[in-house]
Design a protein around this ligand. Sequence first.
Ligand SMILES: [Zn+2]
Length: 246
Amino acid sequence: MRKTWTSVVVGSVLWACMGAWAADVPHWSYAGEDGPAEWARLTPENATCAGRNQSPINLVGFIHAQLKPIHFAYQAGGTEILNNGHTVQVNYAPGSSITLDGTVFELKQFHFHAPSENQIRGKSYALEGHLVHADKDGNLAVVAVMFREGAANKALAKIWPLMPTEAGAKMALPQAFAAAGLLPANRAYYRFSGSLTTPPCSEGVRWLVMKAPVSASAEQIEAFTHVMHHPNNRPVQAVNGRTVLE
Ligand SMILES: [Zn+2]
């Protein structure tokens, strides 16, 4: 059966959520024989990992575009936290969204990478959060938040102690978590077109990178890297003909 683009992308989100449990999902990793340089060759479904509009990137050469504010309509909806071996992720209940280009994108989940995947003017951050949204047709919009080392992060403090240490484990959150607490007060952002940063690297993802970083303590950053056992950032990819708007 021929897959539609929508089913591929929606499948990708599920894949990102459930990779550790799905027996038919090919293995990939962040280093070595099945590391990022090999992803495109691991399976035909991953061919897009060698595409021309890949994420992450080093954000430079900004084009002034007077971007309209992103309208955030988030509720406390984080319901469970899981470790899928590639990241630590919080799944979100329906009812929270952003509006972008007049389209509503619902928040599905958020997860983390350490060190950051995207770079801003060549600068890497200790941690990067990805808030993954989908519209009704399965188009994706990711809000990225950079964390620099500094004061402890109050929002992370609510979920970090519940982070499952074993790949494949998940835990219900005792209280619905409010993802708005992860966002910087200043919501100015950079925008570019990119991809999922994990196989199958599907393109057409709207990337919205918050300009202002938030902070996390050295202990909070260490807690995440300790649970992951290894860096979980894909290297920056070629920008090719793309522009980064601000
Ligand atoms: Zn991510």
